[in-house]
Design a binder for this molecule. Structure first.
Ligand SMILES: O=C(O)C(=O)C[C@@H](O)[C@H](O)CO
Ligand SMILES: [Mg+2]
Length: 382
């Protein structure tokens, strides 16, 4: 079998799909993208094609190493997202060629269903209790929200109190019938992470995500030593070679590699195994589309330490298209009592509606995250 063609489709809301075709008539789909940098990742995918066209798609390990090591420079958000989407598509091809879901090629199921969570509230956390009430009606009982709005490197007690008040309202409304993670989203700098974590302790969130920016990863350990709240991070870390530092120094209770940013299934299965050796949970980051989610589920269903899975249904970013708009086998992505079942179909488990993808690619938006600024006009972390 030989790879014959790579085609990319940027589509609403902010995703990109990659179709890899072969001379056997089997094609694979991937979702290479960095939110806000779709065109850059698209260029990177096509720059890799000279290493792929004419090659056997089943030699995933060799193609992965060739893409990672063959160009001298390596790593980072763009290249690792391009490799991720290509890797997903190669696994899709291999599973389809053998007639089995990818997890069967990785040793089979380690669990019968996977615990899912949903976002509530938007970029600026609001309407959280109302959002939770609505999602609880469809069986969701685990949530995530932004913890703050713009926050200065040093900021006021009022801002800390506003953040805590939002969380207190959740416990007042639902007690401990529901669980939630709080995403600091990189908006919180080290000096403010400590008071926020201290004030959040009584409300016992399931985790606090990106308590500081990934480039401040050496702070995780210090924060973990002063709080009992599990700390989570990983969406802005792109390979084993980055994650190893946080495993060695400790501090994270959960790692959140993104299957469309951290090198794909081949890399994330290895990150998951490294995490397990340190008693660290796995909760793949996935605010993206169905191929990314299916890739996450393939890793979840073979990783003993997979604890939670993000999915983007109803997320505030999905303007102009929703998670399953490009999927034919929508029932396979149903959430029942807060869980998803193992993907059913051969390959990744997504029957991509190619006509819908091609149609949507004719008017793809160039999504970018908003640029936030502090009151003094300086750039604020979004
Ligand atoms: O889902 C999450 O945990 C996020 O922090 C969302 C963020 O990754 C945006 O997708 C960036 O555009
Ligand atoms: Mg996040």
């Amino acid at each position: 079998m030989k790879i014959t063609k790579l085609s990319t489709y940027r589509v609403a809301p902010r995703w990109m799909f990659l179709k890899i075709e072969t001379d056997a008539g089997i094609c694979g789909w991937g979702e290479p993208v960095i939110e806000g940098r779709a065109r850059t990742v698209e260029a990177a995918v096509h720059e890799f094609s000279h290493l792929l066209v004419g090659q056997d798609p089943r030699r995933i390990n060799d193609l992965w190493q060739t893409m990672y090591r063959g160009g001298f420079y390596r790593g980072g958000a763009i290249l690792m997202s391009a490799i991720a989407g290509i890797d997903q598509a190669l696994w899709d091809i291999k599973g389809k060629a053998l007639g089995v879901p990818v997890y069967e090629l990785l040793g089979g199921l380690v669990r019968d269903r996977m615990k899912m969570y949903s976002w509530v509230g938007g970029d600026r956390p609001g309407e959280i209790v109302a959002g939770m009430r609505k999602l609880r009606e469809i069986g969701i009982d685990t949530f995530k929200m932004n913890g703050t709005e713009e926050l200065g490197l040093i900021d006021s007690a009022r801002k800390v109190d506003a953040a805590i008040e939002r969380i207190a309202e959740i416990r007042t409304a639902f007690g401990y019938e529901i669980e939630f993670g709080i995403d600091f989203h990189g908006r919180v700098a080290a000096p403010m992470a400590k008071p926020l974590l201290r004030e959040l302790e009584p409300y016992r969130p399931l985790f606090v995500e990106e308590p500081v920016l990934a480039e401040q990863y050496e702070v995780y350990r210090r924060l973990a030593d002063m709080t009992s709240i599990p700390l989570a991070a990983g969406e802005r870390m792109y390979s084993r070679f980055e994650f190893k530092h946080v495993f060695e120094q400790g501090g994270l209770a959960i790692v959140q590699p993104d299957l469309s940013h951290a090198g794909g299934i081949t890399e994330c299965v290895k990150i998951a195994a490294m995490a397990e050796a340190y008693d660290v949970g796995l909760a793949p980051h996935c605010p993206l589309g169905p191929v990314a989610l299916a890739s996450c589920l393939q890793v979840d269903f073979v990783s003993h330490n997979a604890v939670l899975q993000e999915q983007s249904m109803g997320i505030h970013y999905n303007q102009g298209a929703e998670l399953l708009d490009y999927v034919r086998n929508r029932d396979d992505f149903r959430i029942v009592d807060g869980y998803m079942s193992p993907p059913r179909l051969p390959g990744l488990g997504v029957d991509v509606d190619e006509e819908a993808v091609i149609a949507a690619s004719a008017h793809a938006p160039d999504w970018h995250n908003p640029l936030w600024r502090h009151a003094d006009g300086s750039v604020a972390e979004w």
